[in-house]
Write a new protein. Structure first.
Length: 255
C-alpha cells in the first residue's frame, strides 16, 4: 500500500550528494533504489521541480525516464493538483499523461466536472481528485454544510463517483482525519484512496487501514518527509524507514 512522495529540497539532502552533477536527482535515485521493494507507487510533487524553473522540469523528465526504465511496474502519480477549463485541462492531460508518461495526476474538482473530463477515458491512466484534505484550511470550503445537510466535500465526491468509475478515479483523503475515513469509505466503497499525512504529519497507518481498507486493499498510503529525510545519513536509512511503514501495513494486506 505504500506510496513514497518525492519532494526534493536542496537544503535538506545529505552533503554526500553535493558533488554530484545534479545532487537532487542523484538523491532521488538513491531513495528509489532503497525503497522500491517496499512500495507500489511514487508521487513526485511538481512544486519541488517547478520552483527550479527549466532545470527543475528537466530533472522531473529525467526522473520519469529513470522510474519507467528501472521500475516500470510502480505507479507514478504526478502531484500537481491541476484544475482548469476544458481546453487548458486537455493540455495538462497531454503534458503529464503523454509527454511525461505519468500514470496518474492529482486534480482539484472545484471548477466543475467539465474540468475533469479531459483526463477521463484513458486506459491505464488515473485521476486522483481532492476529496477531504488534511490541512486546516479545508474547513474554509470542504467542510461547509450545504442546504441538503451534506458537507461540500461529500457532495463533490458523490458527484464524481457517479460520473467516473473506480477504474479511472481515486480520491485524496487525508490521514489526519481518521474519524471521518469510515464514512467516506461507505460513500465510495470501490474507489482507491490516496492517503497523505502518515509519518511526519502524524497520521496513523493503523487508523487509516482500520477505517478505509477494503478486501482488495483500496489504499495508497503516502509518506514523504519521514522516508526522504529519516534523520540518518547512514546507508539504508530510506530503506529502513520505508520498511517500517510497509510492515505496519502488512497485517491488513495479509488479512
Amino acid at each position: 500500500m505504500l506510496c513514497v512522495g518525492l519532494d526534493p529540497k536542496m537544503d535538506s539532502i545529505p552533503a554526500v550528494y553535493l558533488n554530484e552533477e545534479d545532487p537532487q536527482l542523484a538523491f532521488l535515485k538513491q531513495v528509489i533504489s532503497e525503497t522500491a521493494d517496499h512500495c507500489v507507487a511514487y508521487k513526485p510533487n511538481l512544486a519541488f521541480f517547478e520552483s527550479d524553473g527549466v532545470e527543475g522540469m528537466r530533472r522531473f523528465a529525467q526522473l520519469m525516464d529513470h522510474l519507467k526504465a528501472s521500475h516500470p511496474d510502480h505507479l507514478i502519480i504526478a502531484d500537481a493538483k491541476r484544475g482548469d477549463i476544458g481546453h487548458t485541462a486537455e493540455r495538462y492531460a497531454k503534458a503529464y499523461f503523454d509527454t511525461f508518461s505519468c500514470d496518474a495526476l492529482t486534480l482539484s474538482p472545484y471548477m466543475g466536472m467539465d474540468t475533469l473530463e479531459p483526463f477521463s477515458g484513458r486506459e491505464g491512466k488515473w485521476m486522483v481528485v481532492l476529496g477531504l484534505t488534511s490541512n486546516p484550511g479545508s474547513e474554509d470550503l470542504e467542510l461547509l454544510e450545504l442546504k441538503s445537510g451534506k458537507r461540500l466535500y461529500e457532495e463533490a465526491m458523490d458527484r464524481m463517483a457517479q460520473r467516473f468509475g473506480p477504474d479511472e478515479l481515486m480520491f485524496v483523503v487525508g490521514a489526519t482525519r481518521p474519524e471521518m475515513l469510515a464514512s467516506i469509505r461507505q460513500r465510495c466503497p470501490e474507489h482507491f484512496f490516496l492517503v497523505p499525512g502518515v509519518g511526519a504529519q502524524g497520521g496513523s497507518v493503523d487508523e487509516v487501514c482500520k477505517n478505509a481498507a477494503t478486501a482488495e486493499g483500496g489504499l495508497l498510503i503516502n509518506a514523504s518527509r519521514s522516508i526522504l529525510y529519516p534523520g540518518s545519513d547512514a546507508a539504508g536509512s530510506h530503506r529502513a524507514a520505508a520498511a517500517h511503514l510497509q510492515q505496519q501495513m502488512a497485517p491488513y494486506i495479509n488479512s
